[in-house]
Ligand binder design. Structure first.
Ligand code: SF4
Ligand code: SF4
Length: 346
C-alpha cells in the first residue's frame, strides 16, 4: 500500500492541473452496479449504443483494461459557466458543448497525471474519459466524490452535476479516504417531473431511446414523431434534468481557463445557419474541435429540422424546403415534418 502522504501528492498534482476534485476507490465494485447495468441492457434502454451491450456480451472486466489494477482514481472537472450569454432563440446546445471538445482537454491532463504516477511511483496506469468500457459513475459513487441522483447524473456536493468525470486505473494500491456524502435526492422528484419525454426510470437510470441527449447526439437514425414534438429547441444534448436539480443551484463557475473560453457566443445556435450547411466541409468549418462534431452533419441538420418545426418561426420555411429536396431520406422526412408543423400554424 502506498503511504497516505504519497497518495496526497498524486491528488494534489492532479488538482494543480485543473481537476476540481480527485478521489480514490478500490478496483472492485459492489455487484449491485453490474446487476443494474445488465438489467438496463436487457431492457434495451441503451438503444443503439452497442458498444455498451458488447461490454456485457464480452464480459469485459477491469483487469482486461489494465492487468493488476488495484485502485481507481476518479477525477471530476467543473465545467459550469454561469453567464447566460446572448439571445435565447435558436437551437439550444448542452452547457458542456460550448467549449472545445472536453475529451481532448481532459486527455491531455490525464496523460500528465499518468506520467507523474509512472515517474514518481513506478505505477502502471490507463486513463479513460467517457469512452472506456467501465462503469465510471459507479466508481465515482464508491469513491465518495458524489452520488448518483435520480436523474442518473453523478452529483457532487460542491459543483452539483456540472462536472466531467474521468478515470485512471492504476496498479498502485492507494489508500482511500472515504468521507460521508452529505447530500441526497430525498423526496425530490423535480427531474422526473421535468423530463419532457419521460426518459428517467425509477432506478436512477435513463431510457436512452427516449432521452433527448441520446436522440440528438448518439442516435444516427430517424427520431419518432411523438418524441420530436417534445424536443423543443434542443439540437445537441439536453440539460433539463440538471437545470431543475436543487443541488445545481450551488454550482460555481469553472476555474479552468480552457473551459472558460467558449467556442460559440452562446448556447443558442442559429437554426438558419445550420439548415444552410450543404457539405461536410462547411460543417467542419463551423464545428471542428467542438463536441458537436459527434452528431455529424446529418445528425445536426436532422436536429435543427426538429427544432425548426417546434420553433413556430415561419422564416425558416424556405430553408427547410431546400433541405427537403435532398436525396437523403432521413433529412427529407425531418424537413417535411417541420414544414408540415410550421405550415399548419398559418
Ligand atoms: S437529458 Fe433531457 S430527455 Fe434526457 S433524461 Fe434528462 S431531461 Fe430527460
Ligand atoms: S432533481 Fe431532485 S430527484 Fe432529481 S437528481 Fe436532483 S435532487 Fe435528485
Amino acid at each position: 500500500m502506498i503511504p497516505k502522504e504519497s497518495c496526497r501528492l498524486i491528488i494534489d498534482y492532479a488538482k494543480s492541473l485543473g481537476f476540481s476534485d480527485v478521489r480514490i476507490t478500490p478496483a472492485l465494485l459492489p455487484t449491485e452496479y453490474d446487476k443494474t447495468f445488465e438489467e438496463w441492457i436487457d431492457k434495451g434502454f441503451h438503444a443503439d449504443m452497442h458498444y455498451l451491450s458488447n461490454r456485457v456480451l464480452n464480459n469485459v472486466t477491469i483487469s482486461d483494461l489494465l492487468k493488476n489494477t488495484k485502485s481507481v482514481i476518479i477525477l471530476a472537472l467543473n465545467y459550469y459557466q454561469q453567464e447566460e450569454m446572448g439571445n435565447l432563440s435558436g437551437g439550444q446546445i448542452s452547457r458542456y458543448a460550448v467549449s472545445r471538445d472536453y475529451h481532448k482537454i481532459i486527455k491531455k491532463k490525464l496523460k500528465q497525471v499518468c506520467s507523474y504516477i509512472g515517474h514518481e511511483f513506478s505505477g502502471e496506469t490507463r486513463a479513460f474519459v467517457d469512452t472506456g468500457p467501465l462503469l465510471e459513475k459507479a466508481f465515482a459513487e464508491t469513491s465518495g466524490i458524489g452520488y448518483i441522483g435520480k436523474n442518473g447524473c453523478l452529483i457532487t456536493e460542491e459543483y452539483g452535476s456540472w462536472v466531467f468525470l474521468s478515470v485512471i486505473l492504476t496498479s498502485l494500491e492507494l489508500p482511500q479516504e472515504l468521507l460521508p456524502i452529505k447530500i441526497s435526492c430525498g423526496r425530490c422528484t423535480r427531474c422526473l417531473d421535468a423530463c419532457p419525454t419521460d426518459a428517467i426510470n425509477l432506478n436512477k437510470t435513463i431510457d436512452a431511446r427516449k432521452c433527448i441527449s441520446y436522440l440528438t447526439i448518439e442516435n444516427k437514425s430517424s427520431i419518432r414523431d411523438d418524441l420530436k414534438d417534445k424536443m423543443s429547441n434542443w439540437i445537441f444534448g439536453c440539460d433539463i434534468c440538471q437545470e431543475v436539480c436543487p443541488h445545481n443551484t450551488r454550482a460555481v463557475p469553472t476555474r479552468d481557463n480552457e473551459f472558460k473560453t467558449t467556442r460559440f457566443n452562446d448556447r443558442y445556435i442559429s437554426l438558419g445557419d445550420i439548415l444552410k450547411i450543404k457539405t461536410d466541409e462547411e460543417f467542419l468549418g463551423k464545428f471542428a474541435g467542438t463536441p458537436i462534431m459527434r452528431a455529424k452533419r446529418r445528425g445536426l441538420i436532422r436536429n435543427a429540422c426538429v427544432a425548426a418545426g417546434n420553433s413556430g418561426d415561419q422564416n425558416l420555411i424556405p430553408l427547410l424546403e431546400n433541405v427537403s429536396n435532398t436525396d437523403d431520406s432521413m433529412l427529407k422526412d425531418h424537413a417535411l415534418w417541420a414544414l408540415d408543423k410550421l405550415k399548419s400554424k398559418w
